[in-house]
Every structure is written in C-alpha cells, then in structure tokens.
Design a protein around this ligand. Structure first.
Ligand code: DUC
Ligand code: ZN
Ligand code: ZN
Ligand code: ZN
Length: 483
C-alpha cells in the first residue's frame, strides 16, 4: 500500500521545489514528478515539509510536588495536531535514583505515544553510580545529558558536579545540555522578595532577571570548553544568554542555543496582569522577557547564532498552579505550546518576513535532527527518510483557543492569537495523523528513536590544549624550602 502527496511545493532547510512524494512502509521511497499510488493526498497550494521535532518536552513528569498534566498520549496528540511529528522528552531520575531505573519508568510511560519520541537524560545528582551508568544510557540511544543549574535543593547540580559530568560526556561522545540560571542567586532573590511581601506570580519574574541566565550560560560555556565538549543551552530567553552563545560561536566553539516559541512572542507584561490565575499560568523558567530580548532572539534565529525553536512543554492545570497562592516559589513552573509552536512561529516568523520558509524548516526540524544526531532519518524530505511529513496550508487560519486544543489543561497561553498557516495533513511514519485538518492520531503508534553519540569536540580556545594536557616545566634552582 502506497501513499502519494501530490502537487505540493517541497520546502526543506535548503531547497524549495515542486514534486510529489511517494510513501511506503513508513518511509519516503521516491520524490519526483507525476507519481501515483494507492492513496493520494492533494497538496495543491501547500508546502510539503519535514514534520516538526520538539527537542524539549516534559510529559507526565514529577515536578514541584505534582506531575505535568499532559502525558505521552495527550502530549503527542497535541504535537501532531500542530505539525510536530517527534518529541524529545526529559527522562528525570529523582535525586539518588538509578538512571537506568528512570529509563524504565519513561519506557513505561511512553507506550501510548502517538508519534515517535526520544529521550534526554537529566543529571539530577552526581556520584559513582551516575558516572558508571552513563555509558549504558548512551548505549540505549540516549547520548544527551541535561544539567539544571537552578532549582537549588532539588534538581540543581553545582559546578564541581557539572564539570565532572561534562568530562564524562566528552569521553562518551555525548552532548551536555544546560538549564542555565544561577540557582544560588535565584534562591536568595526569591527569599528576599517573599520576606518583603512580594508573593505574587510577578515575584517569579523578579527573582530570575536576565543576568542570572547570562551568568550561568557563560559559566556553562566556559566549563564545557575546559571539558572539551560541545554544549546545548536549553530555553535561551534573553540577550545576555544569546550574547554568551554568539561570542562562543564566533570563537569557533560548538555551542547551540534554543529559544522557545513562548519567549519569542509573549512578554513580561503577562506577569503584571491583575488576574492571579492569568499570571500564574505563565510562570515558567526562565520567565518571559521584554521586547528587546525578543528582538535579540529573532535576530539570532535569522543570523544563525541560535539554531532551534522548542516549547519546553510542561503543562499544569489552573488548579495545579494554585499550589502557589501566597508563595510564587510554589507555583509549578511550566507552560504548554506543543500544538501551537509551528503555527505561531509561521505567523510571527514567516508571515512577517523574519524567517524564510527554509529557515522555518531548519529551526523547527532539520537543525534539531542534526544537533541531536538523528538526521536524515528525521528532519528530512529525502528517499529513505522516515515519512514524518506536514502538508502545510499557508492560507489556513484559526484563533487559538483552549476550548479546541488537544492538551488536557484548561487554558492556553496563546489564547486569542490568530494564526495563519496550519497543517492540512500530517504524516507520522507514513500514517495519517491529521487528515484535512482532522486529528486522527493513534495511541501506541509512536516508537522510541535511539540516537548515536556524536564524538564532536569543543576546542576552539587557544588555551584549550594546555588545560587538557598541561606542560610540565623542567625547573632549575628550586628553593630548598617553600614558606
Ligand atoms: N522550566 C519550566 O518552566 N518547567 C519545567 C522545567 C524548567 O526548567
Ligand atoms: Zn490502501
Ligand atoms: Zn529548564
Ligand atoms: Zn525544560
């Protein structure tokens, strides 16, 4: 049984051309003119693009005393409905827990995924066991390790632990990721704000100024350089962090930055809304920033100093958010976005001229597949690639509303935004998940995507060689005693 996507314009990260796409057994098997097959899908007036990949989600994750509300079923259905055909979710061991045991938990949770998925492993604690288990984690197809520089007293690792883990990543050809915020400063600012009676959601933003992110990003970059390992900075939200990444890349360092769709279009005024619920629903880390920071992120995407757009999808219901009434530090951190990332980025990026359609594909799919080492299985319209495909109608519009969303939560941070550009069809490994706009995602269809390690290094600084292999100086005339 074959499927053919006919009469569309194929848009990849580097090409735009008219052709039909033939799909068989979950793969793209031919691209050419006037192809026919058992089932034909009309893409007239549409772009045919690689399905979106979200490199950063938290599905059914235990966090801040609760669980994020979307599980692998509702989360991946939401993803597919908006053109995202793969998610990379964070496997999060509780501090002290075996990494392999955590993988088992994530395997169990992901059984009802509607689209393909992969995992990152979080390093939430450090010790001999973690060091010893890391090679097995890589062997199981998870060559990316996330480090929280914030959430002091919970998930945070200190510089000593981070440097040790980064060196281990370098040995294994694994890529470290960082949540870059200075957790010590955040903790102190939070206490001060609470003591002064500033306990509303706006306190969350005040406790995490751009400087805490810029400092941590810069620190992580320098530590990665000393460990000789590339670095991926998740949820880059501000100019200070972007600046550190830009500077590192100019020196030839392999450092990647990941803005979120939320930070690109929503700003800090959300935290000053009179309605407590409105503001609390938008509490995430890092918080939304002002327009200058947004401009910086957009510029980074078109200049190439920032490479990918993610969501950090970590959805909590209004009821869960209310755990933090009277103390903003108890508001579960996180927002949704899985189903809206592509339409919102298209509307605010492509329709405004800030991104070309090819750049859109690069930052939502192809760059991610390359950085996370699953290209061209994912992120490509090529013969032999997985048939994860979106047929994108640039004229289709809708107004975003929680009433019509797939996510299980009771609100949407993009509520009321009108988007122009939506999927007509979405294919997940050849199966139709969105059919003429209608969501037909099938729980259990999704498969785990194992990824290989990279063996890339980061050694651009001229000092690097001596940090790794210091010279020993043969000295003469050493004083008999030191004082
Ligand atoms: N930030 C969030 O807002 N939620 C999940 C974890 C994170 O780092
Ligand atoms: Zn058939
Ligand atoms: Zn984070
Ligand atoms: Zn996250």
């Amino acid at each position: 049984m074959t499927k053919v996507i006919r009469n569309g314009t194929i848009v990849t990260a580097d090409r735009t051309y008219k052709a039909d796409v033939l799909v068989k057994d979950g793969k793209i098997v031919a691209i050419g003119n006037d192809i026919h097959g058992d089932h034909e899908y009309d893409a007239t007036g549409c772009y045919v693009m690689p399905g979106g990949i979200d490199p950063h989600t938290h599905l059914e994750m235990p966090f801040m005393g609760t669980y994020s509300a979307d599980d692998f079923e509702s989360g991946t259905r939401a993803a597919l409905s908006g053109g995202t055909t793969m998610v990379v979710d964070f496997c999060l061991p509780s501090p002290g827990q075996s990494l392999l045991e955590a993988i088992q938990m994530w395997d169990n949770k992901s059984g009802r995924a509607c689209c393909d998925y992969s995992f990152h492993m979080a390093i939430t604690w450090w010790g001999e066991q973690v060091f010893n288990e890391m090679p097995e984690v890589v062997k199981r197809g998870i060559p990316t390790f996330k480090h929280f520089m914030a959430y002091k007293g919970a998930l945070m690792v200190d510089d000593d632990e981070m440097f040790s883990s980064f060196q281990r990543c370098a040995e294994l050809g694994a890529l470290p990721l960082v949540h870059a915020e200075n957790g010590d400063v955040v903790a102190q600012l939070s206490q001060k704000l609470l003591a002064e009676g500033n306990n509303g959601p706006e306190g969350h933003a005040y406790s995490r100024p751009p400087e805490v992110e810029g400092e941590a990003t810069n620190r992580a970059i320098m530590i990665a350089d000393m460990a000789g390992v590339p670095l991926y900075v998740v949820h880059t939200s501000c100019e200070q962090s972007h600046e550190a990444i830009r500077r590192a890349r100019q020196k030839g360092m392999r450092v990647f930055g990941e803005p979120l769709i939320q930070h690109l279009v929503l700003d800090e005024t959300e935290y000053f809304n009179k309605d407590w619920d409105h503001s609390a629903r938008r509490v995430m880390s890092p918080p939304f920033r002002n327009k200058q920071h947004q401009d910086s992120l957009w510029a980074g995407l078109s200049a190439g100093s920032l490479q990918v757009v993610a969501t950090d999808h970590c959805a909590f219901t209004s009821e869960q958010k209310r755990f933090g009434v009277g103390d903003f530090t108890k508001i579960p951190n996180g927002t949704g976005g899985l189903e809206d990332r592509l339409p919102v980025l298209w509307t605010f990026g492509v329709n405004t001229g800030r991104l070309t359609p090819n750049e859109f594909v690069a930052v939502t799919s192809t760059n991610i597949a390359k950085i996370l080492n699953m290209y061209p299985k994912k992120g490509a319209i090529l013969e032999g690639a997985d048939a994860d495909i979106i047929v994108w109608d640039p004229e289709k519009t809708k107004t975003i509303s929680a009433k019509a969303q797939q996510s299980v939560i009771d609100y949407n941070v993009f509520e009321g935004i009108e988007v122009k550009g939506l999927p007509r069809y979405v294919f997940t490994r050849g199966e139709v998940a969105v059919n003429d706009g209608k969501v037909e995602a099938r729980p259990g269809h999704g498969e785990f995507v194992a990824r290989e390690p990279h063996m890339a290094v980061n050694k651009a600084l001229s000092t690097w060689k001596e940090v790794v292999a210091p010279r020993k100086i043969e000295r003469t005339g050493i004083p008999a005693t030191g004082v």
